[in-house]
Write a protein that binds this ligand. Structure first.
Ligand SMILES: O=P(O)(O)OC[C@H]1O[C@H](O[C@H]2O[C@H](CO)[C@@H](O)[C@H](O)[C@H]2O)[C@H](O)[C@@H](O)[C@@H]1O
Length: 315
């Protein structure tokens, strides 16, 4: 029975218009509880698979995946999405984009909606708060990006290796007073892992650490640069390019040109504005390619979930 009914049939059987059915299926407002329940009862009774049939009616692809980014304005996530999209298109998948804003509740709502729409698979940019229990029913059709979770496929960055490469490079250039701007430890990867790697290097080489962990925003890099710079500081390592962009504005305003800037990112904006920066590429583009390939293999039953770590490299 599934997929033989159309939205028009559901509308007729429920005694409502097509647009009302569409609103119910998309979980939009403007429909009374009673009507919603009536339409849902008909949908359930006939095992109606809304998205697929709606797409088929429009003559579009029947293969759909979702990409849930944490922030639509993230430079790093966009670099991963840029390689993901062509990989999906090439295999006939229509990707839809959603945003979580680092909210576990929004992820849950998005996943519920995607489940109702019978989507093929999901790439989810993970973060602290996205737990295995939230993802239970998605084990075979989800790839986590930037975070791992037991039993799930994931593509992660080598946060520790990235910082180590930068510290080794700065140290080899003779820097012995290296400050750090990062992200709070509540963020397990960009925050804790990168900061821990900085601290471990300082300890191994008997360097005095000087750091601030304000957050991910550019403004925070700008505002905290002053707190971590001492008269003898010769290098400033930032956990992300975005923080480094903020810090560089501060250095420029203060006319400080004796501090070598370094950061994790290698984003085109950073390289254009500051070609002199020492940078590590965590492999955003490669992560996007691998996440898409893994998801396509998984949903077609040709691969089981596996955990991939992209090596970082100095640019
Ligand atoms: O400033 P951005 O270009 O957005 O880069 C900052 C970091 O973004 C990513 O980490 C953050 O989002 C992850 C989900 O994509 C999440 O798991 C992590 O906890 C967040 O810190 C990216 O993974 C990092 O490499 C970027 O440095």
């Amino acid at each position: 029975m599934q997929n033989r009914l159309t939205i028009k049939d559901i509308a007729r059987l429920s005694g409502v218009g097509k647009s009302t059915v569409s609103r119910v299926l998309n979980n939009e407002s403007g429909v009374s509880q009673r009507t919603r329940e009536r339409v849902e009862a008909v949908v359930n009774q006939h095992g109606f698979s809304p998205s697929r049939s709606a797409r088929a009616m429009r003559g579009q692809s029947d293969k759909v995946v979702a990409i849930i980014v944490s922030r639509l304005d993230s430079l790093s996530e966009n670099l991963a999405v840029q390689t993901m999209l062509p990989a999906f298109y090439e295999q006939g998948y229509d990707p839809i984009m959603m945003e979580s804003q680092f909210s576990a509740q929004l992820v849950e709502e998005h996943l519920q909606m995607l489940s109702r729409r019978n989507i093929d698979g999901v790439v989810l940019f993970g973060f602290t708060g996205v737990t295995e229990s939230l993802l239970t029913s998605w084990q075979s059709s989800l790839v986590l990006l930037a975070r791992d979770a037991s039993g799930f496929a994931s593509v992660c960055y080598d946060d520790d290796g990235a910082i180590q490469l930068l510290m080794e490079n700065l140290y080899a250039r003779g820097h012995r007073h290296i400050s750090f701007i990062g992200v709070p430890h509540s963020d397990a990867t960009t925050g804790k892992r990168r900061h821990d790697a900085y601290m471990a290097f300082c300890q191994r080489h008997q360097l005095e650490p000087k750091f601030a962990l304000p957050g991910l925003a550019m403004k925070q890099g700008y505002e905290h640069a002053a707190h971590v710079l001492a008269p003898h500081t010769t290098a400033l390592l930032c956990a992300t390019d975005t923080l480094a962009l903020g810090a560089s504005k501060y250095l420029q305003e203060q006319r400080i040109d004796t501090v070598q800037l370094a950061s994790v990112g290698n984003t085109p904006l950073m390289k254009f504005l500051h070609p002199e920066i020492v940078t590590v590429d965590p492999g955003y583009a490669e992560a996007g390619r691998q996440a898409a390939a893994q998801l396509i293999e998984q949903v077609n039953g040709r691969a089981t979930p596996r955990q991939i770590v992209i090596p970082a490299h100095l640019v």
